[in-house]
Design a protein around this ligand. Sequence first.
Ligand SMILES: [Zn+2]
Length: 155
Amino acid sequence: MTPVPPRSRRPAGEDGLDTFCRIVAGSLPAAVVHSDDATVAFLDHRPLFPGHVLLVPRVHIAVLADLPPSDVDSFFRLAQRLDVAVERATGSDGSLVLVNNRVSQSVPHLHLHVIPRRFRDGLRFWLGPRRPYRSPDEMDQMAAAIRNHLDPTGF
Ligand SMILES: [Zn+2]
């Protein structure tokens, strides 16, 4: 239950821990919806909509790429269960599940958002503007570059 010392940057709180490490350690209160040996899930204290849940690993890791491969399956299976639970609990029309890595990441401790959505709910979350490829060749080159970086053994 003791958080592992961080491998990467985190903001210096009074105790040297970031907000999510403090929640994991129990030194900061949170409305917990799930807790196990590897993860804690709790309500975001500034939700986009009521029922907005954050899922964090107990160990301090900064971004998704740092999640140990052995933890990936259980982390995302739990994300899937939370998604269903949030939708059912809120009676929402759908959901938004996302992870910010460094950019737009307010706390540098990996956290997966599960956000209930309703049609025409007014959330200004816009994946745009879109930037189409200038040519089929440019698109092929990008696909090839990503394929080349997809290591079949993990990274
Ligand atoms: Zn942390």
